[in-house]
Ligand binder design. Structure first.
Ligand code: FES
Length: 64
């Protein structure tokens, strides 16, 4: 699904960037240009980012 229409960026591309190490909106913007034109995709991009980071955190073994 397209998240950023201005730059033609999909949720799959955003998730791939996160898998490759992006952890912040600034990093996603630098890498994919999301949010750098009209800004209307920022909220959706943030949602994809937070969901993906949550999934990654949940998959980590508990260190106690
Ligand atoms: S929709 Fe992403 S910058 Fe416009």
């Amino acid at each position: 699904m397209y998240v950023c229409i201005c730059h033609g960026v999909t949720d799959t591309q955003i998730e791939a960037a996160i898998d490759n190490g992006a952890e912040t909106m600034k990093q996603l913007s630098s890498e994919l240009c999301v949010g750098s034109q009209c800004g209307k995709c920022c909220k959706s991009t943030k949602r994809v980012l937070n969901n993906k980071l949550y999934q990654i955190a949940e998959a980590q073994p508990c260190v106690a």
